[in-house]
Design a protein around this ligand. Sequence first.
Ligand SMILES: Nc1ncnc2c1ncn2[C@@H]1O[C@H](COP(=O)(O)OP(=O)(O)OP(=O)(O)O)[C@@H](O)[C@H]1O
Length: 259
Amino acid sequence: MELLVENLKAVYRGVILALDGVSLRVGPGEAVALLGPNGAGKSTLVRAVAGLLPKFEGRVLDGHIRLNGQEATHLDPVRLSALGLTALLEGRPIFRHLTPLENLVAAGHRLSPKALKEGIEEVFARFPRLFERRNEQAGYLSGGEQQMLLLGMALLTEPKLLVVDEPSLGLAPKLVAEVMATLDALRREKGLSLLLVEQNARAALGVVDRVYVLERGRVVFEGDAKAAMADQDVMEFYLGKDVVGFREAKRYRRRKRWV
Ligand SMILES: Nc1ncnc2c1ncn2[C@@H]1O[C@H](COP(=O)(O)OP(=O)(O)OP(=O)(O)O)[C@@H](O)[C@H]1O
């Protein structure tokens, strides 16, 4: 599925401009990272694409969101989901008081009983830890296990475009690598399009084709992921915190402010 965002402007409470004319594209079967510092507008973009801005007292002021060419700017989440878009919001929104198995059943409510059973078997085959803990309370799973559960739930919605907001948040490096590898495998096996929103640039760049960097509601860099990773200037200037220490990055920015 193709996602096209064109000159999108979004505000909260009518006054806080969080997206100031953002354009980006995720092609069919393509994996794209959206990177940027705290407050850049990444989650706002995810909410806008998923039709969830009104839930956060926000709205799209201007611009378009298109799915496979179809106007999708003001569609509600149910309609968007029926079109094949699944968005995983920041903070691992699972049903914490239910078990992993019950969470999966809830996520797959649109499937036939047979497809649901097969889907859940597939999820458990992919994530054996979830199978082991399938009848425990999901809120007590580790952060990594909860992230896997969320990905399993996403799979049961049979997405064509998966938008994932900061899956690495709060995870140890080894788990971050595992989550990224899982996203990569899912994308390839299922032919999904993937928009991966991250602060962890290094982790995300390893599994995507292209990258956009957002700062203060604007796209400040756009390019091929491998080229961006190989380009020390790009990495340090736009994504400095990841590569060099925060202080050094700030100094570097000051030096390069004239560009
Ligand atoms: N519900 C809200 N009401 C008012 N302002 C908001 C709301 N959510 C976000 N903002 C503001 O919008 C701007 C963009 O925030 P957003 O959460 O999209 O950034 P982000 O890049 O996702 O940051 P982070 O990585 O910290 O999640 C920030 O200035 C933020 O304070």
